[in-house]
Design a protein around this ligand. Structure first.
Ligand code: C2E
Ligand code: CA
Ligand code: CA
Ligand code: CA
Length: 275
């Protein structure tokens, strides 16, 4: 048994070593990627639940890696969050989203994702204010999406920052609602403008009657607290029909459009004009 144990350790060591090294490699490349201009923002439409009109575009970051190609945020955002790399990266997102939105042919809102660690480590309201002014973008056109984990470390400090953003005229959205440990209790700390229902709920709509009950309860709760509701990950006409019946305010998902480079926005507008 003892021998086996040692053998197992020896067997896994090289794989773990390689994994660790790949991670370190990615981390050091991540540190240079902003300066090298390797990040891209893709935008996904968020539409009005009743009219289907586009109201907002959510900015979703991608890394155009010179060797590995397009890398999704799930692979590098957690890595960036473990160091202060998230600050520079987050600043780049704020700056680029403002610059892009200021050029759009219509006054759609732009929604950005802000990491809790970014909020803690840097002055996000100051960075946003500077970018809005530089690009002459109306603060009312910007939405900040944040997950409830922002409240875990220092809830009071988080509330102060969120209030500063609110005072500047931005909207605040609670992202991935319903997936955390205490989503409900956090609703008492800060009044968000909207809740985004996580797509794990939307996916099961129509398959599971309990899910329908839960989503209906979330929509009613949000409305009673004066918040709007966005459903994430809407992929089918069936899901859309249910969400519309529940009076969900906004929809987002592949059914309406996948995240795409900014140039698509001009094409979207041209298509709208053609009717
Ligand atoms: P999120 O904020 O919940 O973003 C929604 C994710 O769902 C995006 O994945 C989007 O591409 C995906 N999605 C949208 N509609 C559908 C659908 O109909 N079906 C399915 N299966 N997926 C859909 P993405 O772009 O890979 O982003 C993953 C996460 O990375 C985001 O989740 C967000 O937490 C984070 N992230 C993205 N961009 C940024 C950023 O600029 N800053 C920070 N801090 N985090 C970001
Ligand atoms: Ca989001
Ligand atoms: Ca989300
Ligand atoms: Ca998510």
């Amino acid at each position: 048994v003892k021998g086996e144990g040692r053998g197992t350790v020896r067997f896994f060591e090289p794989a773990m070593e390689a994994q660790l090294q790949a991670r370190r490699q990615l981390e050091s490349e991540l540190a240079l990627a902003v300066a090298r201009g390797e990040f891209r923002l893709h935008y996904q439409p968020i539409v009005n639940g009743r009219t289907g009109e586009i109201e907002t575009f959510e900015a979703l970051i991608r890394w155009q890696h010179p060797v590995r190609g397009l890398i999704g945020p799930a692979e590098f955002i957690p890595l960036a969050e473990q160091s202060d790399l998230i600050v520079g990266l987050g600043q780049w997102v704020i700056e680029t989203a403002c610059a892009d939105a200021a050029r759009w042919p219509r006054p759609w809102r732009v929604s950005i994702n802000v990491s809790p660690s970014q909020l803690r480590l840097s002055d996000v309201p100051a960075a946003v204010a500077a970018a809005l002014e530089r690009h002459e973008l109306d603060p009312a056109r910007m939405v900040v999406e944040i997950t409830e984990s922002v409240f875990i470390q220092d809830a009071d400090a988080a509330v102060v920052v969120l209030n500063r953003l609110r005072a500047m005229g931005l909207r605040l959205a609670l992202d991935d609602f319903g997936t955390g440990y205490s989503s409900l209790s956090y609703l008492q700390l800060f009044k968000f403008d909207k809740l985004k229902i996580d797509r794990t709920f939307v996916r099961r709509l129509g398959e599971n009657s309990d899910t329908l009950t839960i989503v209906r309860a979330i929509v009613n709760l949000a409305h009673n607290l004066g918040m709007h509701v966005t459903a994430e990950g809407v992929e089918t006409a069936g899901q859309l029909a249910i969400l519309r019946a529940l009076e969900c305010d906004q929809m987002q998902g592949y059914l309406f459009g996948r995240p795409a480079p900014e140039v698509r926005i001009a094409e979207t507008d041209a298509a709208l004009m053609r009717g």
